[in-house]
Design a binder for this molecule. Structure first.
Ligand code: GDD
Length: 422
């Protein structure tokens, strides 16, 4: 068995800015470790999985290299970065690197979207996949979403007796099903060798006929629309339903949501990594993760759903809740940080308030869409309800910043509300 993580490439949109200016999104830390380390850690717990391939079109920078070196050592797995020359699409990357993926004739391989948060019940999924007979099988992990949310995802219809996926529509315009694709799959090698090969051959022929040159690869081919939609109803695609935590990490706000979900998983699976209540230490409310190198004044109040990164300093009387504080940041005495991501090496002055309202948007508003707890306007633009400070932002004392996005290296001396500070 092997695993592939589709890590994509540099952020085109703005939803993860300014954080993605400083770190490739797949290695942005959520609940104390890079986003895709959660996937890799889950793989390392399944003895059948020996190799993890990261496929994407990021430059292979020092950051990615050192992440891979660290993860290889920590999890004793073979981990490789396979670099696309450009965005080949979710199916294109898999097909392009088919020889590497199929080398050593694995029985099957997992495929993960990098930007999903999940507790990854991989052993269970593996057994489910093995329990279905026949060649050329795909298993799709699925979960229930609300009616309105479902249309932002791949939607599945399942035959409940056989678990076969009878219908698949990617981001439908009208309601299809509330069962959605979680971006976690198992493929048997033949799917890549036969069905996907055939789809790619047809695309190539079409692009040649249309005089689009003889490139080996047509433009980005999407797994969801080109492969899964066509495979549904074949009797070879199965739905594994999970009721466990699941979320997408597209925006900074959804990273705060994912942080909360992963901390709840820690509480169930490895409570020892969470901060303990201690009469002499800071007051801890709910799930809080504190890096061992962080220093926290005993009069601070932390939680719920807080992660403090490496070398973070928390002063006296500081209040932090529902937030991620990235490495090297310093929160000075009596400041208050709620529903916020504090970027690397930021400083927040004494008695300042840095907050998001995290208001629950009105789900019935006709003009908006809610995805992973975040409100988007009719053009698909995120309406912030959290605050994000980019790297090395310095907030002066006694300042209020509410629902704002602040780009890196700014000195903030005035209050701000609902602003993007460039
Ligand atoms: N290697 C590579 N190359 N990866 C890519 C490419 C590419 O050209 N394009 C996207 N990806 C990666 C992204 O980084 C992400 O991890 C994953 O593939 C899916 O990204 P999108 O194509 O942006 O799709 P989506 O997130 O809007 O929807 C997908 O995920 C949902 C679950 O989170 C679909 O699979 C939906 O059906 C699904 O419900």
């Amino acid at each position: 068995w092997k695993a592939v993580i589709l890590i994509g490439g540099p952020d085109k949109g703005t939803r993860f800015r300014p954080l993605s200016l400083d770190v490739p999104k797949p290695i942005f830390p959520v609940a104390g470790i890079p986003m895709i380390q959660h996937h890799i850690e889950a793989c390392s717990k399944v003895p059948e999985i020996k190799e993890v391939n990261l496929i994407g079109f990021f430059h292979y920078t020092e950051m990615l290299k050192s992440f891979i070196t660290m993860a290889k050592q920590k999890y004793s797995l073979s981990i490789k970065y396979l670099s696309e020359y450009g965005p080949l699409g979710t199916a294109g990357g898999l097909y392009h690197f088919r020889d590497q993926i199929l080398s050593g004739t694995p029985e099957a391989f997992f495929v993960f979207n990098s930007d999903v948060c999940c507790n990854f019940p991989l052993s269970d999924i593996l057994h489910f996949h093995q329990s279905k007979n026949g060649d050329n099988r795909i298993t799709i992990v699925a979960t229930e979403a609300t009616h309105s949310e479902s249309m932002s995802y791949g939607c599945l219809v399942e035959d409940e007796n056989t678990n076969e996926a009878t219908h698949y529509v990617e981001k439908p315009e009208t309601f299809v099903s509330s069962l959605i694709n979680c971006g976690v799959y198992v493929f048997t090698p033949d799917v890549l060798r036969c069905y996907m090969a055939e789809v790619f051959r047809q695309h190539q022929e079409e692009s040649l006929e249309m005089g689009m040159g003889d490139s080996n690869f047509p433009d980005a081919i999407k797994l969801e629309t080109e492969i899964l939609a066509g495979y549904a109803g074949s009797g070879k695609m199965f739905v594994y339903k999970t009721k466990e935590i699941w979320g997408q990490i597209k925006s900074a706000a959804s990273a705060i949501h994912a942080n909360k979900l992963y901390l709840s998983v820690y509480r169930r699976t490895k409570p020892e990594v969470l901060a303990k209540k201690n009469p002499d230490g800071p007051i801890i409310r709910g799930d809080v993760f504190i890096h061992e190198s962080a220093s926290v004044d005993p009069t601070a109040v932390l939680g719920p759903n807080v992660t403090l990164g490496e070398n973070v300093e928390i002063g006296a009387g500081v209040r932090v809740s529902n937030s991620i504080v990235l490495s090297g940041a310093k929160l000075n005495d009596h400041c208050c940080v709620l529903n916020t991501i504090i970027g690397w090496k930021c400083k927040v002055g004494e008695w300042s308030r840095v907050e998001g309202t995290a208001q629950q948007p009105d789900p019935n508003a006709p003009y908006s869409k809610i995805i992973s707890g975040q409100l988007f306007n009719e053009d698909g633009r995120l309406i912030p309800s959290i605050t994000v400070l980019g790297r090395e932002v310095d907030v002066a004392p006694e300042i209020i910043i509410l629902n704002s996005i602040v780009l890196p290296n700014k000195n903030i001396h005035a209050n701000s509300k609902n602003q993007i500070i460039l």
